[in-house]
Design a protein around this ligand. Structure first.
Ligand code: CS2
Length: 493
């Protein structure tokens, strides 16, 4: 089958929208680290919309840090790919043109360095997932023992980590007396801009305090809140899309209609006309980010662990269980919403109801196992920060603790039918060791997992209310199973 590319764009059926600008004429102004499905389905689409409104030098050079796969899929098609929007109302396909170059760190290191050093690059954005920041999730500090950080400090000119790449690029700018750039973190981390700034400065200070000072003065790290549900693309998605296109696209992305991007308006130089295409610019992202992490992502993780244990492969199947939906509504209303302080313009009740509907989208099968990945990096901002706020205010924590216990039961590595669970997490080996030492002993398992300070810090394991509640919920999960425990917690048992 002929490949989608600039040369074959004209062969597409007229129902499929193509870029309203000529991607050939768009110069690169953004380097994006981590060109996975989320970036292609969210931030790159906002940029595509912005380019359609106002052409400018805002093409994206997408960089893969770990594997050549996305580069090998996108490069032969000139960076073009299909956005497939799916909901019960139907399906919409359009071709996105904002990614104009794709590089892989393992093979294109010099070209990536040249792009990052080029004065034309005003923005370096990132979606490298939580674990890509090489930090301690509980404290938010750089993990100097992380192998990539050890490597990058020993060989700063050939970095492997995103933090190392950013510091090397800013160092090169400083040496050539060029301007700095805006670093735009688009991952689901708390205060993501400030967090990344702290990591970059810690790394830079270790190399040279003067470099850290230059970065403080010359780079900006606005925080952002990003939102769109984007399950991993499957082979069946690709085959369906190829049939609709009449061309082969090796890298389509499949996503829901909803999208949101909130950004702090602190840029070193220019930016695309994102404000004209629905991006919200605010002075402080923190309230939006807390709302999203604590309502959406917390419920997602709770559904992923407890739903998987109850035998559901996909989130929409979990969202079709009245007990789970009642649990989610109660979790959001009673334990999360009271911790949020939102601008009056935000209707947080409507936001919660919309989440129930978004999770239930049957047109968008999203694997519980995909969301269950990397829990060690996700729990602190999704569940534990809320637990801390509630403990301090004397508010309830039961349902949050059930979600944490669901994670514990999941990472212990066996499901309710005794089958092995493939746990994907940077700390998976620790979980397996702890679980092996406490078979049939929920109390010991809870104690062992709570002692991982990179997740729980030192305060939570020592809090009798939290430790007691998590242990009781974990015992209930082993005794009664996830479906019954969720039913009881939802007040329906
Ligand atoms: C999900 C998120 O995989 C996960 O952990 O919770 O990727 C979620 O789909 C997005 O944050 C939605 O914006």
């Amino acid at each position: 089958m002929t490949r989608l590319s600039l040369a074959t764009l004209g062969n597409l059926p007229p129902s499929i929208a193509t870029p309203a600008y000529d991607p050939r004429l768009i110069a690169i102004g953004i380097v994006h680290l981590g060109i996975g499905a989320f970036h292609r389905a969210q931030t790159a689409i906002y940029t595509d919309d912005a380019l359609a409104q106002a052409q400018g030098p805002w093409g994206i050079c997408g960089v893969s840090l770990r594997s050549a796969d996305v580069r090998d899929r996108l490069a032969p098609q000139d960076g073009l790919y299909t956005s497939v929007e799916k909901s019960p109302k139907g399906l919409r396909r359009r071709i996105i043109g904002s990614v104009v170059e794709v590089l892989f760190l393992g093979e294109d290191r010099d070209r990536i360095a040249a792009r990052l050093h080029a004065p034309a690059t005003d923005i370096v954005s990132l979606t490298v997932t939580e674990k890509g920041y090489c930090h301690d999730p509980a404290s938010g500090r750089l993990n100097f023992a992380h192998p990539d950080i050890v490597h990058d400090l020993a060989d700063p000119a050939r970095p492997l980590s995103a933090v190392g790449l950013i510091v090397a690029a800013l160092d090169a700018r400083r040496r050539s007396a060029a301007k700095g750039f805006t670093v735009l973190c688009c991952d689901n981390l708390p205060h993501n801009g400030a967090l990344l700034r702290g990591l970059v400065l810690a790394f830079a200070a270790e190399r040279d305090p003067a470099l850290a000072r230059w970065i403080e003065d010359n780079a900006a790290f606005p925080s952002t809140m990003v939102d769109r549900i984007v399950p991993a693309t499957t082979d069946a998605d690709i085959a369906d899309n190829d049939r609709a296109l009449g061309l082969h696209d090796a890298a389509p992305v499949v996503h829901e209609p909803f999208k949101q991007w909130v950004i702090e308006d602190r840029f070193v130089a220019g930016r695309p006309a994102w404000d004209r295409v629905g991006v919200q610019f605010v002075a402080d992202v923190a309230p939006f980010e807390a709302m999203k992490l604590r309502l959406l992502n917390a419920s997602h993780s709770a559904f992923a662990y407890l739903g998987y244990l109850a035998g559901h492969e996909y989130i929409y199947q979990v969202a079709a269980q009245p007990d789970f939906v009642a649990f989610m509504r109660r979790l959001m209303k009673e334990e999360v919403a009271p911790t949020l302080e939102l601008p009056a313009s935000v209707d947080v009740v409507a936001y919660q109801e919309a989440l129930v509907e978004r999770f239930g989208n049957p047109a968008l099968p999203h694997r519980t196992q995909q969301i269950a990945m990397d829990g060690s990096q996700k729990l602190p901002q999704r569940l534990l920060a809320t637990v801390r706020d509630n403990l301090a205010a004397g508010r309830p924590i039961e349902l949050l603790c059930l979600a944490v216990a669901g994670w514990m039961r999941y990472v212990s590595g066996g499901d309710e039918a005794g089958r092995q669970i493939k746990v994907s997490d940077p700390l998976a080996a620790d979980f397996a060791r702890i679980a092996a030492g406490h078979r049939g002993d929920p109390e010991g398992l809870a104690r062992g997992l709570l002692s991982i300070s990179a997740i729980f810090g030192d305060d939570l394991p020592a809090d009798p209310r939290f430790a007691g509640e998590v242990t009781a919920r974990l015992a209930a999960l082993f005794r009664d199973g996830a479906a019954r425990t969720v039913r009881a917690a939802a007040g329906r048992g």
